[in-house]
Design a protein around this ligand. Structure first.
Ligand code: ZN
Length: 80
């Protein structure tokens, strides 16, 4: 059997969330429920934990939060 080339794993790229600025380590936002290590996904106006589905709205004006379009996140995942 010929070996098939495995596609590169995308991974979560957690390392990309860490930055060092002027000698200080800038950590990403962690989930308050899951604790350190679980990085929250930062959306335009909210942060979301993919593990426990914790969602925190970071928008300054709450009125705008109601206008958030959910359609973007609802992508139909079709399994082949
Ligand atoms: Zn969480």
């Amino acid at each position: 059997m010929p070996k098939k080339k495995k596609p590169k794993k995308k991974g979560s790229k957690k390392y990309a969330k860490y930055r060092i600025e002027s000698g200080k380590l800038i950590k990403p936002k962690f989930c308050p429920r899951c604790g350190e290590g679980v990085i929250l996904a930062i959306s335009k106006d909210r942060i979301h934990c993919g593990k426990c589905h914790y969602t925190e709205f970071s928008s300054k004006s709450e009125a705008k939060a109601e206008e958030v379009k959910e359609s973007k996140e609802v992508k139909s995942e079709k399994k082949k």
